[in-house]
Design a protein. Structure first.
Ligand code: 5HY
Length: 243
C-alpha cells in the first residue's frame, strides 16, 4: 500500500527524519512517500504558521490526485489541514495528534503530552478538547524547545524532554506520555527505555492506524461535511488548488 506522508512544514531534513521513523514501523509492503509543501514556514509553532501549513497540506493532497494513494498521514502535531484533506481525498487521512491520543487512550486511563514551545501546549489543549480527549489527558507540558532544535537533537535537549516527561508523570499521575511534535519521533525509543512507560510518537501510530484502516477496507466518509469540495476557481498563488 502507498501512504502519502505529508510533513506540513518546509524543513527538508525534518521530512527525511519523519520518513525514516515512518518506514521503521511500516509493513514490508507499505511504501511511504514523504513530501512537504512547496511554500510556507520551516516549522509550525503558532496559528499564523498553521494557516500556511494547512494550505500546504491541501496542496500536496491535490498534487497526489492522479497517483495511487491508499492513505494520507499529516505529520505535524497540530494536524493542520486535516478536515480539508479528508474532503479532498476519500483515502483515510490520519493526523499524528489524533493518532497519538487514540493510542495513548488504548494504553492508559490517563496520559500526559510533552511538547515543544509553551505556547504549543495551549494549541495541544485546544486539540484535545476538539477531539474529545480532554478527559483522558491530565496535562500538556511545554519545554520551550523550538521545533528546529529537535533536528540533530543534542543530549541536553533529550534530557530536557525526559525531565519534562518525568515531571508530567509525577504531577499528573498519568500512565503514558504522548510526544507533542513530529520532530520528536526519532527520540521515542530512547525515551520509552528511560521512562519505563508507554511513550507514543504520533508518526508511527498514524502509520499503523492508516495501515489498519486500509486493511479493513475503510475509507473516509463522503457524506455530510466531508463531501468533496464544490468545484470552483481559485485565484492568485492558490490558483492550482482550484478544481
Ligand atoms: C510539528 N510543528 O509537529 C509541530 C508541533 C510543534 O513544525 N511540526 C512542526 O512542536 O509545534
Amino acid at each position: 500500500m502507498n501512504i502519502l506522508l505529508i510533513n506540513p512544514n518546509t524543513s527538508e531534513s525534518m521530512t527525511q527524519a519523519i520518513a525514516q521513523a515512518a518506514r521503521a514501523v511500516a509493513a514490508p509492503d507499505t511504501r511511504i512517500e514523504a513530501v512537504q509543501p512547496s511554500f510556507g514556514p520551516a516549522s509550525i509553532e503558532c496559528h499564523f504558521d498553521e494557516v500556511f501549513a494547512a494550505a500546504g497540506v491541501a496542496e500536496q493532497v491535490r498534487l497526489a490526485a492522479g497517483r495511487r494513494i491508499d492513505a494520507v498521514v499529516i505529520a505535524c502535531f497540530g494536524d493542520p489541514g486535516l478536515d480539508a484533506a479528508r474532503e479532498a481525498t476519500s483515502a483515510p487521512v490520519i493526523g499524528i495528534a489524533e493518532a497519538a491520543f487514540h493510542a495513548a487512550a488504548f494504553l492508559s486511563t490517563a496520559f500526559s503530552v510533552v511538547t515543544t514551545l509553551n505556547r504549543t501546549a495551549i494549541t495541544a489543549e485546544h486539540l484535545l478538547h476538539r477531539y474529545g480527549f480532554d478527559r483522558r489527558c491530565r496535562g500538556v507540558h511545554g519545554t520551550d524547545i523550538p521545533v528546529l532544535e529537535l533536528e540533530g537533537c543534542s543530549d541536553a535537549t533529550v534530557a530536557r524532554i525526559e525531565e519534562a516527561a518525568r515531571t508530567a508523570l509525577e504531577q499528573d499521575r498519568s500512565g503514558a506520555i504522548v510526544l507533542g511534535c513530529a520532530g520528536m519521533a526519532p527520540l521515542c525509543a530512547t525515551l520509552s527505555e528511560r521512562l519505563g512507560v508507554p511513550v507514543i510518537d504520533g508518526v508511527s501510530a498514524a502509520v499503523k492506524f492508516a495501515e489498519s484502516l486500509v486493511a479493513l477496507g475503510l475509507r473516509t466518509s463522503q457524506r455530510g461535511d466531508y463531501a468533496p469540495p464544490p468545484p470552483k476557481t481559485f485565484t492568485g498563488w492558490a490558483a492550482p488548488l482550484g478544481m
